[in-house]
Design a protein around this ligand. Structure first.
Ligand SMILES: N[C@@H](CCC(=O)N[C@@H](CS)C(=O)NCC(=O)O)C(=O)O
Length: 220
């Protein structure tokens, strides 16, 4: 089967898939930039939203990072990146979903306001309040589950909850907190998780790729 991931090193959504690819030890997946670039007419013929990541499998496009991760879990079940215990698995899926809905969604609405010249500060403040609340919600889900005991989001090994959350927190720390001068977005407990999960051997190189891509962008 021919399988290609269209992606960029800076995208936390693509980072989620790359963490999964590393953790599963998958070697047959080509990694490329979106043909024509994200948002281009050429790429919209592949994914109508114009967004990466997209996984092409024998000419068929799978869009949306979590859908891609779910496909790869189904195609390569071992090692599983979900907890074995079904209740823990539900908690891990909850964190993945909360990351998308309550953290990524408001954060990415602020990207058009990065430049002070075009910034609507009230809009940014409202989105960052949502983002902060989203992170507090995830803190609470982790605390309530009693399963967030180690360096991982849920349980004692890497799961897709970490694959979603760690690159997102990289973006919170290096985009939202930095560009909008907000050092209060992550709680001490979330900061502690973020510091700890960076020690994972599959997370660390992906966050390093994100940092290198960000440095290259800022150097332009
Ligand atoms: N919900 C999507 C979000 C993907 C997304 O927002 N990708 C961004 C990069 S981080 C993108 O491709 N933006 C380009 C555009 O909107 O034209 C997913 O989970 O894959």
């Amino acid at each position: 089967m021919s399988t290609t991931l269209y992606q960029s090193d800076l995208s936390p959504f693509a980072g989620r898939v790359r963490i999964q690819i590393r953790a599963k030890g998958l070697t047959g997946i080509a990694v490329e930039k979106a043909p024509g670039g994200t948002g281009s007419d050429e790429f919209k013929r592949i994914n109508p939203t114009g967004k990466i990541p997209v996984l092409m499998v024998d000419g068929v496009a799978i869009a949306e990072s979590q859908t891609i991760c779910d496909y790869l879990e189904d195609r390569y079940p071992t090692p599983s990146l979900w907890p074995d215990d079904l209740l823990a698995r539900a908690q891990a899926r909850l964190i993945t979903r909360a990351t998308d809905l309550y953290v990524c969604a408001p954060m990415f609405q602020t990207t058009a306001h990065a430049s002070k010249k075009v910034r609507d500060q009230a809009f940014v403040d409202a989105r960052l309040a949502e983002l902060k609340k989203g992170l507090e919600t995830i803190d609470q889900y982790r605390a309530n589950s009693s399963l967030a005991t180690g360096i991982y989001a849920i349980g004692s090994r890497l799961t897709l909850a970490d694959a979603a959350l760690a690159p997102t927190l990289f973006f919170v720390a290096n985009f939202a907190a930095t560009v909008f001068a907000r050092d209060d977005l992550m709680s001490a407990s979330m900061q502690g998780y973020f510091t700890a999960v960076q020690k994972d051997p599959h997370v660390a190189p992906v966050l390093a790729d994100m940092a290198a891509a960000l440095a290259a962008l800022r150097g332009k």
